[in-house]
Design a protein around this ligand. Structure first.
Ligand code: ZN
Length: 376
């Protein structure tokens, strides 16, 4: 079985490969810890086979059974669940069988078709951004990228700190010259590191950049970052130059979460500041009509949003609490989960949805936990 980090290459391979027997059995399985007990995923696999088999035209049964047996053999004999999900592509022929672990649980499904079902795999990949980490001090720079929860180690740039000159009669002058020499050296080292980062940006396109190292050397590095790198700068990690992969993964995750929290807080603050304008609404009474009318283009909702409400079966308006529809007077139907319905509706009408947590959610909850940017 492939490792998670190999998914992108495998996806390209699957896009190019011709299934030898005409059709491919694609199976997405949830293999999270809860599903590995009693091999629940195997039972699901057999159920999915059974359902599909019953709908199959007679002439395809034989090749389907070959593919199904190939995948079953893998699940029974070879598979060791270590990731939350798994996708199998089987044709029944020896040259075309792929088992790919997934970094999150997929929606379980099985498809028998001319081509492998790659869209869910692609969607999972799209969720994962690549993050670059550079650990930078006077002596060296270590550059890594983190992708799909795994580390790709790129290079260590040796800074070769110049040796201190002997002091003599001109000690004072030599001293200042040495300091200047060190600064020049640091600048060159920073430029060298930046050019390595630019190369990696082309070969391993990353979305965000984290930096770590002593403040004064980091300041020099930051000043050398060109716009494409500066735009990606997402925070600082506190790590020793030779931190382990585990330490780097943990620090990267923390730095991203904290930058995510700051971004969420900024989004909520901005909406509160704009409330008096015609383009921002806050609270259920203002936001539900905006979403119902398709005026909302960005919906902000607290992760702990828990208001109750209903939907008008006649005109579709979403309303807070019970009572008749304020638009058409029809009796509304209560919704089990108003939050879910608002999000669905906003997405269906082309709005972007931002779920916020932590302090941002706290502030938004002072106004029912919901608000939106509106078109008019
Ligand atoms: Zn109505």
């Amino acid at each position: 079985m492939q490792e998670v980090g190999a998914i992108p290459a495998l996806l390209r391979q699957l896009q190019a490969a011709q299934p030898p027997r005409g059709k491919v059995l694609s199976t997405y399985l949830d293999t999270s810890p809860a599903r590995t007990f009693g091999q629940a995923y195997l039972l699901t696999y057999r159920d999915l086979c059974k359902t599909l088999r019953s709908r199959l035209p007679a002439e395809e049964r034989e090749s389907f059974e070959l593919a199904a047996a190939q995948a079953e053999r893998f699940l029974v004999d070879d598979f060791v669940p270590r990731h939350p999900g798994l996708v199998l592509f089987a044709s029944g022929g020896p040259g075309y069988f792929y088992a790919v672990p997934l970094p999150r649980r997929p929606a379980e499904q099985m498809v028998w078709n001319d081509l492998p079902l790659l869209e869910p795999l692609q969607a999972i990949l799209d969720e994962y951004e690549r993050i670059a980490v550079v650990l930078f001090d006077r002596k060296r720079a270590r550059v890594l990228t983190v992708y799909l929860g795994e580390i790709e180690e790129h290079l260590i740039i040796d800074g070769e700190v110049p040796r201190k000159q002997k002091t003599g009669g001109w000690a004072a002058l030599a001293q200042s010259r040495y300091a200047r020499h060190l600064d020049d050296h640091l600048l060159r080292h920073a430029r060298h590191t930046v050019s390595a980062l630019q190369t990696i940006l082309r070969t391993h396109p990353f979305d965000r950049l984290l930096v770590g190292g002593p403040d004064e050397t980091l300041a020099v590095l930051r000043h050398q970052l060109p716009q494409p790198l500066r735009r990606r700068l997402a925070g600082v990690v506190h790590l020793e130059p030779f931190a382990s992969h585990d330490q780097i993964l943990r620090a990267a995750l923390e730095a991203l979460q904290s930058s995510e929290r700051q971004a969420e807080m900024a989004m909520v603050d901005e909406l509160f500041e704009a409330e008096t304008s015609a383009h921002a609404v806050l609270g259920l009474d203002a936001t539900l009509p905006a979403v119902s009318d398709g005026r909302a283009h960005v919906l902000l909702i607290a992760d702990s949003f828990a208001a109750v409400g209903g939907e008008c079966p006649s005109c579709g308006r979403l309303v807070a609490g019970p009572g008749p529809c304020p638009s058409c007077g029809h009796a509304t139907e209560p919704l089990a989960d108003l939050g879910d319905r608002v999000v669905q509706r906003a997405l269906a009408l082309g709005a972007r949805v931002e779920e916020v947590s932590g302090d941002a959610a706290e502030r938004l909850l002072t106004r029912d936990g919901i608000g939106a940017w509106t078109r008019y």
